[in-house]
Each structure stands twice: as structure tokens, then as C-alpha cells.
Design a protein around this ligand. Structure first.
Ligand SMILES: *[C@@H]1O[C@H](CO)[C@@H](O)[C@H](O)[C@H]1NC(C)=O
Ligand SMILES: *[C@@H]1O[C@H](CO)[C@@H](O)[C@H](O)[C@H]1NC(C)=O
Ligand SMILES: *[C@@H]1O[C@H](CO)[C@@H](O)[C@H](O)[C@H]1NC(C)=O
Ligand SMILES: *[C@@H]1O[C@H](CO)[C@@H](O)[C@H](O)[C@H]1NC(C)=O
Length: 300
């Protein structure tokens, strides 16, 4: 079900939608968009030298999130097979260092559970120096940011691209956006306004069918791209707290807006810019790390 679970404020609107035209778009087939990464089951304990079905998926995961960059490594014969090679061991160790797991190079319990948690689709590691430093925010390479001085009064305009994929109403999108932008506004002094009809927005928030439930729950791009997309296949919620398997869409929106503004993933577990989202939990407060990050980016 690609439904969004609504807080009480929206139950009226929700029922209205439900009993009018949109019932069909709330339902979709799971098999239509199979998960890109299977559950990594049976791989626990895997280490260098071992060959096991599914190791290829671990390599894809490490590539996608910036830990394994072996596409041009012609000397490596194991790029596309199930052998746990030296490059993968190095990648797993980098991943473990970033997430403060035991740095063993082995797919232990802590590492597998981390990998199974829903997360943002943006890669963690764009700058390998990040791995050497303490818990901290990060920027994208070249520190891209919005050139606000050339805009009227530090305003960024956003559009809410309500479409077919999600079954989410414009009112609901407005509520999510308002909640998610408010603390970034306080921290950065940037004002966010919905763009008028027909005006070209800076930012665009919407839904897309991505990789099925779990895995990547949303993605976005660094400045000045402005595109943010939630995976319509997730079970989203605005509840406090969300149901055990639902994902807090306000948390996800705050996280992705951080990317739109120019912050990369933080290694600080308390930060909104931490890449993983625990289902059944709300996180809606910028951490000091997020605030320091956005101020460092826009005050210089
Ligand atoms: C690290 O290893 C220790 C000892 O084996 C274990 O108790 C602990 O739970 C591990 N930590 C993580 C994050 O996996
Ligand atoms: C909604 O999606 C369905 C199937 O994906 C498609 O057939 C239909 O034309 C879409 N409707 C609109 C209004 O985009
Ligand atoms: C935001 O603007 C106020 C008033 O101009 C100023 O005092 C404050 O330092 C600014 N904060 C940031 C983070 O730039
Ligand atoms: C944002 O980046 C994506 C991926 O590179 C691209 O497809 C899209 O056209 C870009 N959008 C804008 C508005 O630049």
C-alpha cells in the first residue's frame, strides 16, 4: 500500500479522498517495483575470501552509497561476481567507520542491520577525508549552495508536484512542506515560499515510484538542482509516533531539504542529516550538528 498514514488533523481530508476518485492510486502492486537490494539474509559473518550468493548485492550497495569505486579498476576480476574480495573488505571497513560500527571488514550483525534500515538515496561519501574526522556535518564536493544574494530577500520558491504516484493531497503536501522547512528557515535565515502558478520554482517536492518498500525511501540533489522525490512505495506517516513499520515523512522531508540546501550526510546519529531513518520513530528537530552545518555553508 502506498498510503500515507495521516494524523488526526487530516483524517477528514483523507476520508474525502478515499471515498472520491482516488482509491485506485492508493494501491499498487509490490511486485511492480521489486527492491533493488534483497534483505542481505544469509550473509551474516561473510568475510574476505568467501564466495556466497548475494555478495554481488553488497557490492552494489557499497557502490551506490560511495564506499566502493571499482568501475575503472580493470585489474579487479571480481567486480561482478559473488566473491568477497579485497576491495569489498576495504569498502565495508569504510562503511563501518562512517557508521561507528566495529571496524572488522566482516558483515557482522551490526553491519547487516545498518544496511537493512531504510535510508536516503544520496551517497554518503563524496569526500574520503570525511572518514578521517570526528562526528560532523559534511558538504558536497565544491561546496555548492544557493546564490542567495542574487535573489530577493533570501527566498527560495518551491513547487509541490502532487501526482498520481502517491495518492497524497496538495493540502497534505503543504502541511509536510511547511513543517519541514520551518526549522531550516530558523537556522539559515532563508525563507521558503510556495511558488505561484506558472512561476519557475527553485525547489520541487514530489513522489516517484523508486525501488519498492524499504531500501531507498527518498532522494534529492545538491544545489542548485532543487529536485526532491519521496519513494511512493514507502508506508509514510505524519503520526506521532508513526506505526511501527511506517516512516515519518516530516523527518524524511527535513533530511532531503538539507541536501537541497547543500548538506551531505552527517556521521552524527542525532543529526537530521544522518542517512538512515528508523521506521516507527519521529525525528523532527535539527541537531546542533545540522545547525552548525547550514550556518557554516551560508554564513561564509
Ligand atoms: C562490537 O563488538 C563488541 C564485542 O564483540 C560487541 O559487544 C558490540 O555489540 C559490537 N558493536 C556493534 C556496534 O556491533
Ligand atoms: C495515473 O497512473 C495511471 C497508471 O500508472 C495512468 O494510467 C493514468 O493515466 C494516470 N493518471 C493521471 C491523471 O496522470
Ligand atoms: C538571521 O538574521 C538575524 C537578523 O538579521 C541575525 O541577527 C542572525 O544572526 C541571522 N542568523 C543567521 C544564522 O544568519
Ligand atoms: C537534477 O538532477 C537530475 C540528475 O542529474 C536531473 O535528471 C534533473 O534534470 C536535474 N534537475 C534540474 C532542475 O536541474
Amino acid at each position: 500500500m502506498a498510503t500515507i498514514h495521516l494524523n488526526r488533523f487530516f483524517i477528514g481530508a483523507f476520508l474525502l479522498i478515499l471515498f472520491t476518485a482516488q482509491l485506485a492510486v492508493l494501491v499498487h502492486s509490490k511486485n511492480l517495483h521489486p527492491a533493488k537490494w534483497p534483505s542481505f539474509q544469509n550473509l551474516e559473518g561473510s568475510r574476505k575470501g568467501l564466495t556466497a550468493k548475494g555478495i554481488q548485492n553488497v557490492k552494489n550497495y557499497m557502490r551506490t552509497f560511495g564506499y566502493l569505486n571499482d568501475n575503472n579498476d580493470k585489474r579487479n576480476d571480481h567486480r561482478n561476481d559473488d566473491q568477497f574480495d579485497k576491495s569489498l573488505e576495504i569498502a565495508v571497513k569504510k562503511f563501518q567507520r562512517f557508521y561507528k560500527l566495529n571496524v572488522t571488514g566482516i558483515l557482522d550483525d551490526g553491519t547487516i542491520s545498518q544496511m537493512k534500515t531504510p535510508r536516503c538515496g544520496v551517497a554518503d561519501v563524496h569526500d574520503l577525508q570525511t572518514l578521517g574526522i570526528v562526528s560532523h556535518y559534511a558538504f558536497f564536493p565544491g561546496k555548492p549552495r544557493w546564490p542567495l544574494v542574487s535573489y530577493e530577500a533570501n527566498i527560495l520558491y518551491y513547487s509541490l508536484d502532487v501526482n498520481n504516484a502517491s495518492g497524497v493531497s496538495l493540502e497534505m503536501m503543504r502541511y509536510i512542506a511547511t513543517e519541514a522547512f520551518s526549522q531550516w528557515k530558523q537556522a539559515s535565515n532563508i525563507t521558503f515560499e510556495e511558488s505561484a502558478q506558472g512561476k519557475l520554482p527553485d525547489l520541487s517536492l514530489g513522489f516517484v515510484q523508486n525501488d519498492g518498500p524499504g531500501n531507498v525511501m527518498a532522494f534529492s540533489y545538491p544545489p542548485t538542482n532543487g529536485t526532491l522525490r519521496f519513494d511512493a512505495a514507502e508506508s509514510w506517516s505524519t503520526d506521532i509516533p508513526p506505526a511501527k513499520t511506517d516512516i515519518d515523512i516530516i523527518w524524511a522531508a527535513m533530511h532531503e531539504i538539507g541536501h537541497l540546501l547543500g548538506l551531505d550526510h552527517s556521521t552524527d546519529k542525532n543529526a537530521i542529516m544522518y542517512a538512515y531513518i528508523d521506521p516507527g520513530v519521529n525525528k523532527r528537530t535539527l541537531s546542533q550538528d545540522d545547525i552548525d552545518g547550514i550556518r557554516a555553508l551560508y554564513s561564509s
